[in-house]
Structures are given as structure tokens and as C-alpha cells.
Write a new protein. Structure first.
Length: 145
């Protein structure tokens, strides 16, 4: 019985350490928090609207999860040598625990963050597709044509 309790305690402790990898940063005198598991931005525990997020990241084109079709694909036009900055936001109740952007060179590092990352910042290069992918095989794909 003690073995099972010890194993349960170890698993519980290991999962609680990284339950949410929040990223907090300062922008225009405001403290903004990005919750990576939700792909959402918050200020003072209040979720920011898409318009508020667009004001924080004016150089980025915002794509929400609802824009993806039933096959979890979003098609956009892009020139061969053109780069597009994309910010992927979640406007659904779904969570994105352990999802990452692939290929890795499409990931964008924002500013000089000390902890965490804004994993939904994407740099689309040319006609290369970008995936928000889970280790279990579930993925959302931005298809560049």
C-alpha cells in the first residue's frame, strides 16, 4: 500500500509542477499573461478580446481556432519569398496542453522573456506549411499556397 501511495504522490507532484507554463510580460505599461495551455492572453485575470490582442501585436495577423475547417486546416495565400507573421488564438473552450509549433524555425521568440514563451507566435516563410501539433497525433495545419 505504501508503494502505491508513494507512486501516486510522485506522479501528482511531477504533474503539478508544470500544470500551466504561463508567460508574463510588460507591454505599454500593462502586465499581460499568456496561458500557453489555452492559447489566450489575460490582463488582471480577465481574458483579452481579439481586438485588444491585435493592439498588442499590430504586426501580426490573427487567426483563431474557429477559422480552421473540419479537417483542422486553414488555407492562406502566400508568395514564395514572402514572410507572414501570424498569431494563433484560441476562441473555443478547448485546451492545448503540450502542443507545439512545427517546423521549429516557424516559432518566434517575443522580446526578452525570462520565463515561458508565446507559442502561438508564428513566422510563415514562403509556401511552407506550419502545424500546431500534439505528440498524440492531433494537429492543426496552416496551409500556404
Amino acid at each position: 500500500m505504501k508503494k502505491y501511495f508513494l507512486i501516486f504522490a510522485i506522479l501528482l507532484f511531477s504533474f503539478s509542477q508544470n500544470a500551466y507554463a504561463d508567460c508574463t510580460f510588460e507591454k505599454d505599461g500593462r502586465t499581460i499573461t499568456f496561458v500557453e495551455d489555452e492559447l489566450k492572453f489575460y490582463e488582471n485575470s480577465k481574458e483579452l478580446s481579439i481586438d485588444d490582442v491585435q493592439k498588442l501585436f499590430p504586426d501580426y495577423e490573427i487567426i483563431t481556432i474557429k477559422h480552421f475547417d473540419k479537417n483542422k486546416k486553414y488555407i492562406l495565400k502566400n508568395r514564395f519569398f514572402k514572410k507572414r507573421k501570424i498569431l494563433l488564438l484560441n476562441d473555443t473552450p478547448r485546451t492545448f496542453h503540450l502542443f507545439y509549433i512545427y517546423p521549429e524555425n516557424a516559432r518566434v521568440q517575443y522580446g526578452n522573456l525570462k520565463e515561458g514563451e508565446i507559442k502561438s507566435l508564428i513566422l510563415l516563410r514562403g509556401k511552407k506549411n506550419v502545424r500546431l501539433k500534439h505528440f498524440g497525433g492531433d494537429e492543426f495545419e496552416i496551409v500556404a499556397r
